[in-house]
Design a protein around this ligand. Structure first.
Ligand SMILES: [Zn+2]
Length: 435
C-alpha cells in the first residue's frame, strides 16, 4: 500500500494533467521547462512534487504504456515527501518576491550533476512572484541549462510569465473542479457527510486543496452566530493570527529564515479567522436595518486592527534585523527590512481582498438561486436556506449590482486607494435586505 503523498495516485480531480505527465514519462519525453498553469489550490505544487518523485524514483510503477507513477516507498520518494531530496528544489518567495540571488543559487545548483537522482528538478512557486531581474536571469538559465535539469514553473496563467519563458515551456493546465465534484471528493477523502463537506468547502471559498485541509479539522470548527458576535470575533481573530505569527517571526534566527516566513504568512490560511469572516459576511447580508453608523464604525475598526496586527508582525523581526546590522552593510539590511514590510503589507491587503471575495461569493450564490440554477452549483451549499432568502429579497438586478460593486472595490484596492474609503463606501451601499 502506497501512502506517500508525492504520487500521482494521491492527486484528486486533476486527471488530465496527471495523465499528460505520466504519459510523457512513460514515453521518455521529458521537457526541460514546464509551466503548470491554474488557479491556486488546484494541486499544482502537489502534482509538481509527484512528477519530481516519478522522475527521481528508484522503481517507478509502470502500468500500461501510458501510465507511470512513483513507487512512494523508495528512499528517493520518501525524501521528496519529507522535503529533503537534494535534487528536488522548491523555490518560494523570500519576503515579497523570488529574488535574483535565489535564481542565481538555482543556476549554480543546476550546473552540478544530480547527487542522488537522475535529474535536478527546480520548482518555482509561484512564478509570478519573480521580479524583473530574477525573471530575466531565469530566462538566461533556461537558455543554457544542462540536459539533466527540469524546471517547473507554477503560475496562475500563461500571462504571468515572460513570453520568452513561455515559448520555451510545455504548458500543463489545471482546471478548477466544479463545486459539486470538489465537495464529493472532500466528503470521500475526509470521511464526512455531504453537508459537513459543504461547510469545509464553503469556508475555503472554493479552493479545493484548502477545503481538504479544513476537513481534517472539521470537528474543531466554530461559527459565531449573530452580527455582534461574528463582528467582534472577526476582529479578535485578526489579533490571534498576528500573535501566532509574531511568535514564529521572533524565532527566526537568520534573515533568510525571516524572509521565508514572511513570504508564507498566509499560505495555510487560519481556520478560526476564516470561520469568523464567513459568519460575519453572512450576518452582514442577512441583517435587516443595520445602523447608519455601522459602515464607518466597522471599516475603521477593521482597518485599524489590520494596521496594528501588521505593525506588531513587522516589529517581531527587529531582533533578527538588529543582528544582521552587525554583520551586513546597512543598505542590505534596509533592503531586507523593506522586503519583510512589503510581505506583511501584502498579507494585510490580502485580508481585505478576502473579505470582498467572501461577500462576492455569497452574492454570486444568491444570483444563481435567483436565476433558478441547480443548487449543486452553489459554493455555500450548507447555507442554502439563507441564500434562497437573499435571492428572493434582492432579486437579480440588485444582486448583479452588488457583485459589480464588490469587483470595483477590489479593483480600487489593487490601485492603492485608501482601504478605509473603499470599505466605508461599500458597506454603506450593501447593508442587509431593507427592513
Ligand atoms: Zn520511489
Amino acid at each position: 500500500m502506497r501512502e506517500n503523498k508525492c504520487c500521482f495516485s494521491g492527486i484528486l480531480l486533476q486527471e488530465t494533467p496527471v495523465r499528460h505527465l505520466s504519459r510523457s514519462f512513460a514515453n521518455g519525453r521529458i521537457a526541460q521547462t514546464y509551466l503548470f498553469s491554474g488557479k491556486e489550490s488546484t494541486g499544482r505544487l502537489t502534482t509538481a512534487l509527484a512528477f519530481a518523485a516519478l522522475l527521481q524514483c528508484r522503481e517507478p510503477v509502470i502500468t500500461g504504456e501510458n501510465n507511470a507513477d512513483a513507487c512512494g516507498i523508495c528512499d528517493s520518494c520518501r525524501r521528496i515527501a519529507a522535503g529533503s531530496h537534494p535534487d528536488v528544489n522548491v523555490i518560494t518567495p523570500d519576503g515579497n518576491e523570488i529574488r535574483i540571488d535565489q535564481v542565481r543559487a538555482m543556476q549554480d545548483a543546476a550546473s552540478l550533476k544530480p547527487g542522488m537522482g537522475r535529474w535536478q528538478v527546480f520548482i518555482l512557486d509561484p512564478a509570478e512572484r519573480l521580479n524583473v531581474s530574477s525573471a530575466n536571469s531565469l530566462l538566461k538559465i533556461l537558455e543554457e541549462a544542462p540536459s539533466h535539469a527540469v524546471f517547473i514553473l507554477i503560475a496562475r496563467d500563461t500571462g504571468s510569465v515572460l513570453p520568452t519563458v513561455l515559448s520555451r515551456s510545455e504548458i500543463v493546465r489545471f482546471a478548477v473542479p466544479s463545486h459539486h465534484e470538489a465537495r464529493l471528493a472532500v466528503a470521500r477523502v475526509a470521511g464526512l457527510d455531504e453537508m459537513q463537506a459543504a461547510v469545509c468547502y464553503g469556508l475555503s471559498e472554493g479552493r479545493f486543496g484548502q477545503a481538504l485541509m479544513i476537513a481534517q479539522s472539521y470537528h474543531e470548527l466554530h461559527f459565531p452566530a449573530g452580527i455582534r458576535e461574528s463582528h467582534s470575533d472577526y476582529l479578535v481573530q485578526i489579533d490571534m493570527l498576528s500573535e501566532l505569527k509574531q511568535h514564529e517571526f521572533a524565532a527566526a534566527d537568520t534573515c533568510d529564515r525571516a524572509l521565508r516566513l514572511a513570504g508564507q504568512i498566509d499560505n495555510a490560511g487560519f481556520l478560526p479567522l476564516q470561520a469568523a469572516r464567513k459568519s460575519f459576511c453572512r450576518s452582514l447580508f442577512m441583517n435587516t436595518g443595520l445602523p447608519a453608523a455601522f459602515a464607518l464604525m466597522f471599516s475603521e475598526a477593521f482597518v485599524d486592527r489590520l494596521d496594528r496586527a501588521a505593525s506588531a508582525m513587522k516589529k517581531s523581526f527587529d531582533p533578527v534585523l538588529a543582528e544582521a546590522k552587525k554583520a551586513y552593510p546597512a543598505a542590505l539590511v534596509k533592503e531586507i527590512d523593506g522586503q519583510l514590510s512589503t510581505a506583511v503589507d501584502r498579507w494585510s491587503t490580502g485580508q481585505i481582498e478576502e473579505f470582498f471575495f467572501c461577500l462576492t461569493n455569497w452574492y454570486a450564490d444568491a444570483l444563481l438561486m435567483a436565476c433558478g440554477a441547480d443548487e449543486t452549483l452553489l459554493l455555500n451549499l450548507d447555507r442554502k436556506d439563507d441564500i434562497i432568502i437573499l435571492a428572493k429579497v434582492e432579486g437579480t438586478a440588485l444582486l448583479r449590482a452588488r457583485i459589480e460593486m464588490l469587483e470595483k472595490s477590489a479593483g480600487l484596492l489593487r490601485r492603492y486607494v485608501q482601504p478605509l474609503l473603499i470599505l466605508e463606501n461599500l458597506l454603506t451601499q450593501i447593508g442587509g435586505p431593507e427592513a
